[in-house]
Design a protein around this ligand. Structure first.
Ligand code: CP
Length: 308
């Protein structure tokens, strides 16, 4: 295959299975690079990338920046806090001012769903969505599926349950699209109030009982309860949520088989997973973080071929 089918990475919905496979093959090579004593390659020399973060981030921001530096790109970082956004500047004006500094690619996290699409329609740079509100977080979906492939050899045929706050989760949607395109079976589990009404129309099953969901799956992806996006109360209390949907070591050890535990971070220890589950040998949470750098290097490298 000759490069990606898209100019921007706005969501997994808009890319093909072949695109995902190409990103994974490229990430396999970059994973070898970042485990060498000399971790840097000159692939993006003379390319300038702006990381625009209008919303908080630890993993995604650091991971993109490291990926860009490993590829020898020139990098500028922008956070909405402390910027002129606070003085009323529009998104388009902010980005056009940054582009006037001759930027080739923009990596953007934004609280509004569709912010990446808006930029892609209005500016010339290549856009990478680093999470747009409750819509998509495509590189998270890619790194999660890549981590499953690394654990099991392939994604096709695997059973994955995504547990928790599906309603507010861009990670859930990008995971669903990625896993289904690669041939995995996906279910969601959580309180009915946190499950989108249309979820079954995506070909995703709903299992309200945590133990049944865990007995069914090979992999459980435990999501964070996103209090910052919840405008009303969706369950009685966090304690009640943890009693119904929190994964602890007793539950994990009581299952009839060993399953793999994932979490996109940041973890609320003691809420969606207990500390001994998060730190257990069945958890691949830090492998996900390590794979995030290789996946983001692959995405940036492949999209750099689309710069006009
Ligand atoms: N997984 C994830 O998106 O984490 P951050 O919000 O810290 O970037």
């Amino acid at each position: 295959m000759n490069g990606l089918s898209v100019k921007h990475l706005l969501g997994i919905k808009y890319i093909t299975k072949e695109d995902i496979e190409l990103i994974f093959q490229t990430a396999d090579n970059f994973k070898q690079v970042i485990n060498r004593p000399i971790k840097k390659v000159p692939s993006l020399r003379d390319i300038t990338i702006a990381n625009l973060f209008f919303e908080n981030s630890t993993r995604t921001k650091l991971s993109f920046e490291l990926a860009e530096k490993r590829l020898s790109a020139d990098v500028i970082n922008f956070s909405a806090s402390g910027s002129s956004v606070k003085k009323g500047e529009t998104l388009l004006d902010t980005v056009n001012n940054i582009l006037a500094m001759k930027v080739d690619m923009v990596v953007m996290r934004h609280p509004l769903p569709g912010a990446g699409q808006f930029l892609a329609k209005n500016i010339d740079a290549v856009i990478v969505n680093a999470g747009d509100g409750t819509h998509e977080h495509p590189t998270q979906g890619l790194l999660d599926a890549f981590s499953i492939r690394e654990r099991y050899g392939e994604v096709a045929g695997k059973k994955v349950v995504i547990v928790g706050d599906i309603l507010h989760s861009r990670v859930a949607l990008s995971n669903i699209f990625t896993l289904q395109k690669l041939g995995a079976e996906v279910k969601v589990c959580g309180p009915a109030t946190l499950i989108p009404k249309h979820v079954e129309s995506l070909g995703v099953g709903y299992e309200p009982d945590l133990i049944k969901a865990l007995e069914w799956c090979d992999v459980a992806n435990m999501l964070r309860i996103q209090m910052e996006r919840q405008d009303i109360q969706y369950f009685p209390s966090l304690r009640e949520y943890t009693l119904q949907y929190g994964l602890n070591k007793n539950i994990l050890d009581g299952l009839s088989k060993k399953i793999t535990i994932m979490h996109p971070g940041p973890i609320n220890r003691g809420v969606e997973v207990s500390s001994d589950v998060a730190d257990s040998e069945q958890a691949i949470i830090l492998d996900q973080v390590q794979n995030g750098v290789a996946i983001r290097m692959a995405v940036l490298y492949l999209l750099a071929g689309k710069i006009d």
